[in-house]
Structures are given as C-alpha cells and as structure tokens.
Design a protein around this ligand. Structure first.
Ligand code: 9EZ
Length: 324
C-alpha cells in the first residue's frame, strides 16, 4: 500500500520531520500562495503549517486531507469551521511554546519599566543620558493577568516570585484551578481598575477581538503599562495609540500586531512603545518541541489513534478562534 503523504508548508524543525518520515512520505514546500496550495493539496493526506500559511476554506474544500496540524498554539490562520464541515481534524501543539512565550513576556515587562531598549539605543548613539531613563520597580506593583491558561499561569507564578501582587481574570478558569496556582481572581473591571501593569494571554476569538478598547482604557489607572505577547487584534490599536499619546498608558510592549508584519503602524513611531516581531515562540527549545508535539499529533491522527489536542471540538462561538 502507498504511504500516506504529508505536506509541510512552513519551516519545521528536523526532529519532528524525522518522526513523520519514519511512517509517511513527507514533502516540504514553503512560501506557497493560496492558488499554488489549491493546485497541489489534493495529493496530500495531512498538512502542517506554522503561522505564515493561511489555510483557507478554498484550500480545505479542494483537498482530501484527513488532518491539518498547526505547529503552535493559536489556530486563527486556519478556517477551522470549513475543516470541521469536511470532517478534517485540526490539531495544534499547545504545550511547547508555553515557557518561551512566558519568558518573553517577563523580558518585555522588565524592558518596559526600565526603558532598557531605549537606553540601549541611546548609548549606542554615543549618548550618556543617565537622567532620562528613570524607571519604576516591579516589586509590590500589581500585575493583572488577563487569561490564565498555560502561559498566563506561568507568568503569574514567576511574577509572584518577583514580589509582585498578581491578580487574574479568566471566565474559563475555575476558582479551584486559580486557587491551586494561588492567583487571586477578580472580575474584568476590577483588574482594569487596580493593575499597574496588564498582560494579555488569551486566544484571539470573536469574544476577545478588541477586548481592550476605549472603554477599557478609560477604566485603567493613569500610568498603566500594557504587554501583549498573545495576538494582535485583542487590543484596539487605535485606542491604544490615543491612550499612549495622552499618557494615560505610560508604555506598552507588543510582540503581536493587528497586521503582521506591520505596515506603517503609527504605534512603532512612539517612544513609549517597545516592540518585537512576533518572537514569542522563538526559542531553540520551543521550536524543537513544537515540531515533535505536532508530528506526534499528526501521526496519531493519520493512524486513526486518539489525539491530545483537537481544536474542532471547540464549537461554541466564544471559544472558536477568530478567523481573519
Ligand atoms: C477571554 C478569555 C480570557 C478566554 C480564555 C480562553 C476562549 N478563551 N477566552 C476573555 N481560553 C480572559 C478574558
């Protein structure tokens, strides 16, 4: 019998690819357009992507795929609804990126309150501006964590270790789970009103699109800091811009944007914005683990064995990812 065929459409670490090659035929073709994918997708039983490839309804409906694997967490680049209609499993790799995303968040939090990127820029320009870079301490400040899934929890645990007062909000996390992690849960409004620093760790869903907008900024403390290493679109960028200009928000750190890569995004012109190019998952460890995690899931799916992380099951409109 012919081996089943797996198309890897975005760069994936060798470790995971080796696992798949043991049992199936693997082809790597990156940088394909939607039309190119539509033309070749009929040949494959499985498709693996990271975030670059958008798996549209058109691609899905021209396929005979059994499974689509997302080497990462958020599936907002996959039309899960179209896949579900065709009975195609969509699996992701939700565990591997946790520490990488968490540690980037902490790095950006320190960078934000001490102006580390701006100070680095300044000294390299030959300046010695000791008085310009007066920071604030994290110790005894209140960190509001919105979204207490895997990443939010790890951020909360570490922030407590820094002597921060950590509060959390997540409508999907039970009091019992929060108690296990010793995180004090609040409602959304209290978190906005009492946090010195707010960090976001939710997926992008119909429910979290523009979760932070004008109304929410209005409720925040003057001088609040904001961190978003989750998904662009959760914060209304126009509202953020206006609140940075008015100094209501003292500064923000962004790893993600409504449009990636950003094109003339005015946020990137502001001195109190620090930014990174969506590198939350970019560690050697995470890239290796994510390739193994997604390989195992796709192999399980193709063999008809149980999978650990199928996202089709999330059918209610609140949990469904927001497809752009
Ligand atoms: C939404 C969420 C958390 C959240 C967490 C998860 C689907 N979903 N939504 C709003 N898993 C905080 C605020």
């Amino acid at each position: 019998m012919n081996k089943m065929k797996v198309l890897i459409a975005d760069k994936l670490s060798e470790e995971g690819m080796e696992l798949i090659k043991r049992e199936f035929e693997v082809e790597v073709k990156t940088g394909l357009s939607e039309d190119e994918l539509v033309n070749i997708i009929k040949d494959y039983d499985a498709l693996i992507v990271r975030s670059a490839t958008k798996v549209t309804r058109r691609i899905i409906e021209n396929s005979r795929l059994k499974v689509i694997g997302r080497a990462g967490v958020g599936v907002d680049n996959i039309d899960v609804e179209a896949a579900t209609e065709r009975g195609i499993l969509v699996v992701n790799a939700p565990c591997s990126n946790t520490i990488a995303a968490c540690e980037l968040t902490l790095g950006l939090m320190f960078s934000l309150v001490r102006n580390i990127p701006q100070a680095n820029q300044s000294i390299k320009e030959g300046k010695w501006e000791k008085n310009k870079f007066l920071g604030t301490e994290l110790y005894r400040k209140t960190l509001g964590v919105i979204g207490l899934g895997r990443i939010g929890r790890e951020v909360a645990i570490r922030a407590k270790g820094l002597g921060m007062n950590v509060i959390g909000y997540d409508p999907y996390i039970s009091k019992t789970t929060a108690a296990q992690y010793k995180i004090r849960m609040t409602n959304f409004e209290e978190l906005l009103k009492t946090s010195d620093i707010i960090t976001i760790h939710t997926p992008l869903t119909r429910d979290t699109y523009h979760l932070i907008g004008y109304k929410e900024f209005e409720m925040m403390k003057k001088g609040v800091y904001i961190i978003n290493c989750a998904r662009g679109g959760i914060i209304d960028e126009k509202a953020l811009y206006d609140n940075l200009i008015s100094q209501k928000v003292a500064g923000c750190a962004l790893d993600v944007f409504e449009k990636e890569p950003p094109e003339n995004n005015p946020l990137l012109q502001l001195p109190n914005v620090i930014a990174t190019p969506h590198i939350g998952a970019s560690t050697k460890e995470a890239q290796k683990m994510v390739s193994i995690e997604i390989a195992e899931e796709v192999i399980n799916a193709l063999k008809g064995e149980p999978v650990r992380s199928c996202v089709n099951a999330l059918t209610n409109t609140f949990q469904k990812e927001y497809t752009i």
